[in-house]
Design a protein around this ligand. Structure first.
Ligand code: TYD
Length: 201
């Protein structure tokens, strides 16, 4: 058993609802008096800010540069947020982790599997459980239309298909796949039950 209380990671393609779901789960756990930290990658640190200017189309980055920045951002994220809180005994609920790097940056230069190994070999802590909010790239596109906001770096259909296919190759075997089209309440109930089961045992 891991020495940590729980490190729960949410993954999914753009528009799958990870951010809302992970934040609401963190709130529910806090209401039960758990010490919980909600965290996301890319972070709001210096590397994360550079990444966000690329994501919003204000800067261009080659796939190799993207990979480097995401890994640098993750080193900072692990050392300044994830490890200190896990060591203090808090739960971490995290929106995206290295599975995103494998899925999004995986392609011609390096495969998703190679990027996954590269991250695992850096000794980043392994999550207790990964939740994948599953919906097809077509359904996700429909949702993004209504969400508004600016078009992001990976918005094209063929990009989202590549990312989804990469996820299917690299997610851990015990990933919990959740139908992201169900009601938010039933999603939250299912996730909360799993997390509470994991942290009791
Ligand atoms: P964000 O604005 O947080 O969007 P969302 O709420 O939809 O997750 O942007 C995260 C974007 O960064 C998303 O398009 C995925 C991408 N990303 C990568 O390409 N590689 C990574 O390693 C990570 C963590 C995110």
């Amino acid at each position: 058993m891991s020495k940590w209380k729980g490190f729960f990671v949410f993954e999914g393609i753009d528009g799958s609802g990870k951010t809302t779901v992970s934040k609401r789960i963190a709130e529910r756990l806090k209401e039960k008096n758990q010490s919980v930290v909600w965290h996301r990658e890319p972070t709001d640190g210096n590397y994360g800010k550079k990444i966000r200017s690329f994501l919003s189309g204000q800067a261009t980055l080659s796939p190799k540069e993207q990979l480097e920045l995401f890994v640098l951002d993750r080193i900072e994220s692990v050392n300044s947020v994830i490890l200190p809180h896990l060591e203090k005994g808090s739960l971490i609920i995290q929106d995206r982790y290295y599975y995103s790097t494998a899925a999004y940056q995986g392609g011609k230069d390096l495969s998703a599997e190679e990027i996954l190994s590269l991250n695992e070999n850096k000794g980043f802590p392994k999550p207790t459980q990964v939740f994948f909010l599953d919906l097809t790239p077509e359904e996700a596109k429909e949702r993004r239309k209504y969400r508004g906001g600016t078009e992001e770096a990976f918005d094209e259909d063929k990009e989202q298909n590549r990312i989804y296919a990469n996820y299917m190759k690299i997610l851990p075997e015990n990933t919990v796949f959740l139908d992201a089209t169900q009601s938010i309440k039933s999603l939250l109930d299912a996730i909360q039950e799993i997390i509470e089961g994991e942290i009791r045992s």
